[in-house]
Design a protein around this ligand. Structure first.
Ligand SMILES: Cc1ncc(C[n+]2csc(CCOP(=O)(O)OP(=O)(O)O)c2C)c(N)n1
Length: 563
């Protein structure tokens, strides 16, 4: 018989789940958990500086490994601070388990000090959540949280544990087995056969890969199918890297800042095979006008995504990898000469333009040069804004689980803590975070965590002294009235970084920017690379909000940048 406290049981169960690192912040209501964690030989604790930072550190671990990651917060403000990271994980289907301390059971509902109903608040922001009422529930709830987070479409789970439950004693003769994801149901054979026939009969098909393909390790299956059936392949923001960008069938990203040729070819296609993408509005533009000539086959592991935004001619509930592999065995070998010739012509006539891509101090050049220096093994995270879209467009050789970006929620402040998490979970691998000054300021306190842990994270800051992507919209769609989006005060980021104990390099005044960039990227430990950029430089092409993708503006090969 093992006799232990609820808190000790939680830590034992986390150890058995294979958890090796937990980010978090202690407070009154989770101190029993922290006390038990202090005695764990297997789990390292990383002290974040904000609970949102802890949540994104966990996301960095989970997104880069595909395994659930854990973060801790205390009750009240600690718990509410986790909500943005949870909502972000929900929209991007990231398996994280958030364990919050709650006030003692007897005080729940009394407006006790630091009491909030985080169970209620987190319902719409999580895949599932638990309020643990008794120590006897813990042995079931903790493995269950991991099972739910990782099964089917992954997502965040919150477990709220009152302090008295953490402190109570429990005797167990055996500890429960760790839980893994549920087995996935095989896809319906008849639907697969129908899909294969539709692919064979199509003349101008396109394959569209989303984050689900990257998350389920299905990218190889995807490009084997593409190669067999001659399918040019587009990707959503989260699907980037699922097909390598040097593959002959690679088209690139669709949607709001996608390549012109991709949005144009989607207009022409007669069959769209979507795998692991939920067709959100940033990808489809005005959805009624998305792929107007195409039949739609939609493969997704989450039944509720099928027919949610666009009625599919054929919906298949399946793990993307399993479905794509099965389809590869069913479709006819096809060269599709005519369609692929048209695709090549369109790509040549309407390529993605990356002006200044050789200059490490130009926004695109900074992304390209960084990618060339770091090579294909690096993990890339981004914040949200123009710098994010430029990284998506221009970073060479993105790969699944090495491209971590906040797609669904678009959360500024994601990049730095996600990079720290990725570095913690992948020792020996270089991690780079592309950020903007607005985004970096949203979780800048995590520079202290980076310095303390010594993680090998390079923060590449394109500083336009304002909220660039907002200014771009005001410039294009609000009569150039830039309001509330330009910073009047200037922040000396290199000095700020150094104040946190992070080495900093300023390419602004550098005489040899490329050499300085290379030196900064290749040194050990965290480093901020500061690059001043012009606020006027917009990201093109751009689909105006609410417009159809085909109505994108800017980025034409024959014209100068959009006025
Ligand atoms: C938490 C949060 N608040 C507000 C926004 C709206 N928003 C989207 S992009 C953006 C500007 C981002 O500025 P910055 O990080 O400096 O990047 P830049 O666009 O200048 O490259 C804002 C305010 C957001 N996405 N997230």
């Amino acid at each position: 018989m093992h006799s232990m406290s609820g808190a000790e049981l939680v830590i034992r169960l986390l150890e058995r789940q294979g958890v090796s690192c937990i980010a978090g912040i202690p407070g009154g209501a989770n101190l029993p958990l922290y006390d038990a964690l202090s005695r764990s030989p297997a789990i390292r604790h990383v002290l974040a500086r904000h609970e949102q930072g802890a949540g994104f550190i966990a996301q960095g671990m989970a997104r880069s490994t595909g395994r659930p990651a854990v973060f801790f917060a205390t009750s009240g403000p600690g718990a509410t601070n986790t909500l943005t990271a949870l909502a972000d994980a929900k929209l991007d289907s990231v398996p994280v388990v958030c364990i919050t301390g709650q006030v003692p059971s007897a005080l729940i509902g009394t407006d006790a000090f630091q009491e909030v109903d985080i169970y209620g608040m987190s319902i719409p922001a999580t895949k599932h959540n638990f309020l643990v009422r008794s120590v006897d529930e813990l042995a079931r709830v903790i493995p269950e949280a991991f099972r739910i987070a990782a099964s089917g479409r992954p997502g965040p789970v919150l477990v709220d544990i009152p302090k008295d439950v953490q402190a109570a004693t429990i005797g167990l003769s055996v500890l429960p087995e760790p839980a893994g994801p549920d087995p996935v149901e095989p896809p319906d054979a008849e639907s697969l056969a129908r899909a294969a026939r539709m692919i064979d009969e199509a003349e101008r098909p396109i394959l569209l890969l989303g984050g689900g393909v990257a998350a389920s390790g299905a990218s190889r299956a995807a490009f084997r199918l593409a190669e067999r059936a001659g399918l040019p392949t587009a990707m959503s923001l989260l699907g980037l890297g699922a097909m390598p960008d040097d593959h002959p069938l690679h088209l690139g990203m669709l949607g709001m800042h996608g390549a012109r040729c991709v949005n144009m070819l989607l207009e022409e296609c007669d069959l769209l095979l979507v795998a692991g993408a939920r067709l959100d509005d940033r990808a489809t533009g005005r959805v009624e006008r998305f792929c107007p000539k195409a039949k739609l086959i939609h493969v997704d592991i989450d039944q509720s995504e099928l027919d949610k935004l666009k009625q599919a001619h054929l919906g298949i509930m399946a793990d993307s990898g399993v479905a794509l592999e099965a389809l590869t065995g069913l479709v006819a070998l096809s060269e599709r000469r005519e369609w692929l010739a048209r695709v090549a012509e369109c790509k040549a006539a309407h390529p993605l333009l990356l002006p200044g891509s050789d200059d490490p101090r130009a926004p695109y050049g900074l992304v390209r040069r960084t990618g060339e220096i770091l090579g294909p093994e690096a993990i890339v995270t981004t914040d949200v804004g123009q710098h994010q879209m430029r990284a998506a467009q221009a970073y060479p050789g993105l790969r699944p689980r090495r491209w971590l970006t906040s797609g669904g929620l678009g959360t500024m402040g994601f990049g730095l803590p996600a990079a720290i998490g990725a570095a913690l979970a992948n020792p020996g691998r270089r991690v780079v975070c592309f950020t903007g000054d607005g985004s970096l300021l949203m979780n800048i306190q995590e520079l202290a965590t980076a310095a303390e842990t010594g993680v090998d994270v390079k923060i590449v800051l394109a500083n336009n002294n304002g909220l660039g992507l907002v200014q771009q919209q005001q410039d294009l769609f609000y009569g150039r009235r830039i309001f509330g989006s330009a910073y009047r005060g200037r922040v000396d980021f290199p000095r700020v970084a150094e104040g946190f104990g992070v080495h900093a390099v300023d390419l602004g005044g550098s005489r040899e920017p490329l050499a300085d960039l290379e030196r900064a990227l290749l040194r050990e430990g965290p480093c901020l690379i500061h690059v001043p950029v012009a606020p006027e430089e917009n990201v093109y092409p751009m689909v105006p909000p609410g417009a159809a993708n085909i109505e994108m503006i800017g980025g034409e090969a024959h014209a100068h940048a959009h006025a």
